[in-house]
Design a protein around this ligand. Structure first.
Ligand SMILES: *Cc1c(COP(=O)(O)O)cnc(C)c1O
Length: 226
């Protein structure tokens, strides 16, 4: 086995164990292999080990790798999305995890209409209020929620967050729990619960899964340090 295949097997085992601890079905959790800065050849090692969901945070980097890899991969856009990239991002990515403002949501909705697409998107939440990070504040998301739901071309599938960097993954737990509670709060009054929570990275994906993550975004634990 390549080291990438070994890492993936270990992570799947950790995902199974975390789900078992909290009574979840491991099939609810999608492991996204974050491939930023790693070459298409490295990504292929993951693909050969069965990996299908892959994440990139820059359009240009994704554009150079996508043609070199099987068309069957599902690409997730996880980085900050600039307006001038939306038109190119929409057709290439299965899901966008980083819709971080009403303005960007409205613009993405318009571009999706022009392109005849119905993109599946996560709303990125910055409930820690970090200056350095993008995302809806709690107040703005609550205030704008009805307007967001009215955007007819966007399928809002869930919430995403990147909590403050910490040494001990247990310190991330309150942020993950808060995102789940926010998801549940916003889902009240909707026909069904918002299905997805995109949270957890190499250092804290186990804790995120214990708190309800459905999509974990893991890079360095698969491919090594950048
Ligand atoms: C890079 C990145 C990840 C993966 O980070 P690792 O620590 O390498 O697992 C996850 N989410 C986002 C938004 C990222 O930019």
């Amino acid at each position: 086995m390549s080291d990438v295949a070994t890492h993936l097997a270990d992570i799947h085992e950790n995902i199974r164990a975390a789900c078992a601890r909290v009574g979840r079905d491991a099939a609810e959790v999608t492991l996204i292999a974050v491939t930023k800065t790693f070459s298409a050849e490295r990504v292929r090692e993951a693909v050969d080990a069965g990996q299908i969901d892959v994440g990139e945070n820059r359009l240009q980097e994704a554009e150079s790798k996508i043609p070199l890899l099987p068309a069957s991969l599902r690409w997730h856009y996880i980085g900050q999305l600039q307006r001038n990239k939306v038109r190119k991002v929409l057709p290439l990515f299965a899901m966008i995890h980083s819709i971080d403002s009403l303005r960007l949501a409205q613009y993405t909705n318009e571009v999706a209409r022009e392109l005849g697409l119905f993109p599946r998107v996560f709303l990125q939440v910055n409930h820690a209020g970090e200056e350095s990070k993008a995302g809806f504040s709690l107040e703005s998301l609550r205030a704008e929620w009805e307007t967001l739901l009215g955007l007819d071309r966007l399928e809002i599938v869930g919430l995403m967050t990147v909590p403050p960097a910490v040494e001990d993954p247990e310190q991330s737990r309150p942020w993950f729990a808060a995102l789940r509670e926010l998801r549940d709060e916003l889902s009240r009054g909707m026909p069904s619960t918002l299905p997805y929570l995109s949270m957890g990275m190499s250092g804290d994906y186990v804790v995120a899964i214990e708190e309800g993550a459905t999509h974990v975004r893991v890079g360095s634990a698969i491919f090594g340090s950048r």
